[in-house]
Design a protein around this ligand. Structure first.
Ligand code: DGP
Length: 140
């Protein structure tokens, strides 16, 4: 299927919609997921357009996963997490709902279950505060 240039993440990347951005470089952007499955749930996107992993140019993955590692380390430190879940969905049957390639980074804590995928919106002040914690961890 074709890439839709007006998907939500394309619009965020173009600056047409707001996001709680924690990191940006030439090839990637990271911002808070507005429907987090747990505290600190962050998304990492390549700037280059693809629906998902299936149609992406393989050259996308090296810079994308360099940022995934950077953000995974930062969220682990920022929230004192025991571990970090990294996930990525391809097409509707696999749970994808926004069709610009992105990687989920979710801090995990022993004994704390995840909320369901795309369930409820987090409050703006919570997302803003969590973004600040991740940005602070990235500075260290
Ligand atoms: P998926 O395509 O299923 O991998 O998940 C898309 C994720 O994006 C989901 O966890 C909810 C989140 N999300 C949906 N709309 C927005 C939005 O407008 N802004 C942000 N930051 N996240 C969104």
């Amino acid at each position: 299927m074709a890439y839709d240039t007006n998907n939500i993440f394309a619009r965020i990347l173009r600056g047409e919609l707001p996001s709680y951005r924690v990191y940006e470089d030439d090839a990637t952007v990271a911002f808070m997921d507005v429907m987090p499955q747990g505290v600190g749930h962050t998304l990492v996107l390549p700037k280059v357009a693809s629906r998902n992993l299936l149609d992406a140019d393989p050259a996308t993955f090296a810079p994308l996963f360099a940022t995934v590692q950077k953000i995974a380390r930062a969220v682990k430190e920022a929230f004192g997490a025991d571990g970090v879940l990294v996930s990525q969905f391809n097409e509707e049957a696999a749970g994808q709902s926004v069709y610009h390639l992105h990687v989920h980074i979710i801090p995990r804590f022993e004994g704390v279950p995840l909320k369901p995928h795309t369930s409820e919106m987090e409050k703006a002040d919570v997302l803003a505060a969590n973004a600040e914690k991740i940005k602070a961890a990235l500075q260290r």
